[in-house]
Design a protein around this ligand. Structure first.
Ligand code: SAH
Length: 394
C-alpha cells in the first residue's frame, strides 16, 4: 500500500472532507497515476483514501474519508448507484440529465450525462481514468443501458497529464441525438458538441426565461448572446417573442440552433442568427441605437480558477455594461457566469458596477444557479460554478 504524508498543519481541509490535496501540502510519498494511496496527516493518522495524480497540482483526490472503506469495484458501483438515486428524487423535466457530477457525487473528475438511452462520460482525473472500465460497467449496470460514449477531451485532462480520448466505450449507436426538455426538443451532437453535447445546467433557467417572457406583454424583442445551440432562443420563441437575435462565434452551434428552431415547429422568420463576437455586436447595436426587451448573457467560462478572476471580472463587467445599455426600460437581463473562480457575491458586485458605469439601475428579481442535477455539496463549495441574476431594468 502506498502512502502520502502531508505537511504539518495541512490536514485541515481533509478533516472538513474537502476532497483535494494540493501538491504543496504533500511532504512525502506518492504512487502511480490514479493509484489509490493512503493519506496521512503530519502525525501519521489516517485522513483519506485518495487517487494519486503525479502530474497535477491537485496531487490527489479523495475517494473516501472512512478508513474501513476499500477502493474496489463494489465501492464504485455504490457511488454510481447513489448518484443516480439522487437524480431519481429530483424533478427533472428532461430526458437529458447529469447523472454524475464529479466531486459532488464522490467521484472526483467523473462527469456523466444521460441523453435518452445514451450515456456520455468525461474521465477528467487520473483516478477515474484508472478505474474507467469498472466505472463504465457500473454505469451500465445501474442504468440498465448499453451505450456509453466517451468525451474525455476537456482541457482539464491535460492538467492531469492525460491525453484526450473520445469514442464509444460500450456499445455503439448514433451520435446525433434528440432530447426533450420541458415542452421542447433539442438536437444534441455528443461527438462534436461542447462538453458532452449540451448545457444541461441551464435547463431550469431556460424555462424561467420563458416564464418571464410569458408574463410580459408577449411580443418581446430578445437578444440571446452566446446562444450555442439555441436553448434560450427556443424558449423565447416558444414564449411568443416577436423577434430573437441569437449570437455565437461557432458556426456549427448556430447551424444546430437553426435546426432546433425548426425541430420545435417555431417560426424561423422571427429568428435571426449572427455568427460573430458578442463583444463586437453589442458595441455595434449601441451605435445603431437598438434596444431589446430581454437579453440573455451566458458567456463561456472566463475564469476557470480564482487565479483568473481579476481579468475575468473586467470582461464580465464590460459585457454586462454593454447589455444593460441595450436594455429598454422595464427590460429583462438574464446574466450568468459559469466560472468557478467568480463567487456569487463577486458576480453580484460585478453586475452592480456594470450598472453604475452604464448609468442604468435595475431590480435584482432572482438569484439563480445550475439545475439540481449539478449539485453542490457542503464539503465542496467549488461545486457552485454557475450563478445568474435576473435583473429588471428601471
Ligand atoms: N446559453 C447556451 C450555452 C452558452 S455556452 C445554452 O443554453 O445552451 C457559451 C457559448 O459562447 C458557446 O457556444 C461559444 O461558442 C460561444 N462563444 C464563446 N466566445 C464567444 C464570443 N466572443 N462571441 C460569441 N460567442 C462566443
Amino acid at each position: 500500500m502506498k502512502v502520502i504524508r502531508l505537511r504539518e498543519g495541512k490536514e485541515r481541509s481533509l478533516l472538513r472532507r474537502h476532497p483535494w490535496i494540493f501538491e504543496s501540502a504533500v511532504a512525502r510519498g506518492g504512487g502511480d497515476a490514479g493509484e489509490t494511496v493512503r493519506v496521512e496527516g503530519g502525525d501519521g493518522r489516517f485522513l483519506a483514501w485518495a487517487a494519486f495524480s503525479p502530474a497535477s497540482r491537485i496531487r490527489a483526490r479523495a475517494w473516501s474519508f472512512d478508513e474501513g472503506e476499500r477502493i474496489e469495484p463494489a465501492f464504485f458501483a455504490r457511488r454510481v448507484r447513489d448518484a443516480i438515486a439522487l437524480r431519481g428524487r429530483l424533478a427533472i423535466a428532461s430526458d437529458g440529465l447529469r447523472l454524475v457530477h464529479g466531486e459532488s457525487d464522490g467521484l472526483p473528475g467523473l462527469i456523466v450525462d444521460r441523453y435518452g438511452d445514451t450515456l456520455v462520460a468525461q474521465f477528467l482525473s487520473a483516478g477515474v481514468e484508472r478505474w474507467k472500465k469498472v466505472l463504465a460497467d457500473a454505469l451500465l449496470a445501474a442504468t440498465g443501458l448499453s451505450r456509453l460514449y466517451e468525451r474525455s477531451d476537456a482541457n482539464s485532462r491535460g492538467l492531469e497529464g492525460l491525453q484526450p480520448a473520445t469514442g464509444w466505450l460500450r456499445g455503439e449507436g448514433p451520435t446525433e441525438l434528440a432530447i426533450r426538455e420541458h415542452d421542447w426538443r433539442f438536437g444534441v451532437d455528443i461527438a462534436h458538441g461542447h462538453k458532452t453535447g449540451f448545457y444541461l445546467d441551464q435547463r431550469d433557467n431556460r424555462e424561467r426565461f420563458a416564464q418571464w417572457l410569458r408574463r410580459g406583454d408577449g411580443r418581446a424583442k430578445v437578444l440571446n448572446c452566446f446562444c450555442y445551440t439555441g436553448g434560450f432562443t427556443v424558449a423565447a420563441l416558444a414564449a411568443g417573442a416577436a423577434h430573437v437575435t441569437s449570437i455565437d462565434s461557432s458556426g456549427p452551434a448556430l447551424e444546430r440552433a437553426r435546426a432546433n428552431v425548426a425541430l420545435n415547429g417555431l417560426d424561423a422568420s422571427r429568428a435571426e442568427f449572427v455568427d460573430a463576437d458578442v463583444n463586437v455586436m453589442l458595441r455595434r447595436y449601441i451605435e445603431e441605437g437598438r434596444a431589446f426587451d430581454a437579453i440573455v448573457l451566458d458567456p463561456p467560462k472566463l475564469a476557470p480558477t480564482a487565479a483568473h478572476a481579476e481579468r475575468a471580472a473586467r470582461a464580465y463587467k464590460d459585457l454586462n455594461r454593454l447589455a444593460l445599455k441595450l436594455l429598454a426600460p422595464g427590460g429583462l437581463l438574464f446574466t450568468y457566469s459559469c466560472s468557478g473562480g467568480i463567487a456569487p457575491d463577486l458576480f453580484h458586485k460585478i453586475v452592480a458596477s456594470a450598472g453604475a458605469d452604464a448609468g442604468v439601475d435595475g431590480a435584482i428579481a432572482e438569484r439563480v444557479g445550475a439545475a439540481p442535477d449539478h449539485p453542490m455539496t457542503l464539503a465542496f463549495p467549488e461545486g457552485e460554478y454557475l450563478k445568474g441574476l435576473v435583473v429588471v431594468r428601471k
